[in-house]
Design a protein around this ligand. Structure first.
Ligand SMILES: [Zn+2]
Length: 244
């Protein structure tokens, strides 16, 4: 007979754990889990106790451990409350956590504040370039507005971008830049004012156009005329009806 502590043997531990299982009324979870929860808690209590505990003390420790284990499992599986009548994932919080998209308005706010804070640390020369590009939305127009050559302007933007990114990603190192920021499709050809296709020409106003996503990083997608797109989809629907 192996004695564990305070005269209690391994056999006593087994007996007390079984009694604790019977005393726990919840009867939740499987017999093995219940027995193991009680057994470990009783053994731990026995070894840690300074005064010899009574069998009643140990049984209480056992069923309380079972109760705790069951509660934790119910919590983990998202039962609405602890009485066992609600199903898995019935808790509101559980569903919020696992199914609803997290709404984090603070991220956008923090980023907007950070942009301003970082911009104030960049030397005037480079900050002016960033502001000019933001206002004009075009490298050449921004360069003209500052009375700079195109290459001078892009060089300043490159320094500004490097300094900004270093602080934006601090204390980590900024990841390498990919692609080229062009803003417009072609420098030699002005933006089309009217579409070419379909029943057009339609005017290429901001409301009537959108850009297709471009898989190349840093590149803008093709400008598409919404009116033509609508015509094309009407034709497709008609063709499908005819075929059916
Ligand atoms: Zn069109």
């Amino acid at each position: 007979m192996t004695t564990i502590a305070h005269g209690y043997t391994m056999r006593d531990l087994d007996q007390l754990s079984k009694i604790a299982c019977r005393q726990d009324r919840s009867l939740a979870s499987d017999a093995d889990t219940r027995y193991n929860a009680a057994w470990s808690a009783i053994a731990e209590h026995l070894c840690a106790a300074e005064e010899p505990p009574t069998p009643h003390d140990l049984i209480t420790v056992g069923w309380q451990a079972i109760y705790r284990e069951v509660r934790e499992m119910r919590h983990m599986f998202g039962h609405r409350d602890k009485d066992g009548t609600n199903e898995v994932a019935s808790s509101q919080r559980y569903r919020q956590y696992w199914t609803l998209l997290p709404e984090r308005p603070e991220e956008g706010i923090v980023e907007r504040i950070a942009v301003g804070q970082i911009l104030t640390t960049i030397p005037d020369l480079y900050r002016e370039a960033v502001v000019a590009l933001a206002v004009h939305g075009d490298y050449q127009a921004a360069a003209n507005s500052l009375g700079l050559k195109y290459v001078t302007f892009t060089a300043r933007m490159s320094v500004a971008r490097k300094q900004f990114r270093a602080q934006w990603f601090a204390p980590e190192t900024a990841p390498p830049m990919k692609g080229t920021d062009r803003r417009i499709g072609s420098r030699s050809k002005p933006l089309a004012t009217h579409c070419k296709g379909g029943r057009g020409p339609h005017e290429m106003t901001p409301e009537n156009t959108y850009r297709r996503p471009n898989p190349k990083p840093g590149r803008r997608g093709e400008r598409v005329c919404r009116a033509c797109e609508a015509e094309r989809s009407k034709v497709r629907v008609a063709e499908r009806r005819k075929a059916a």
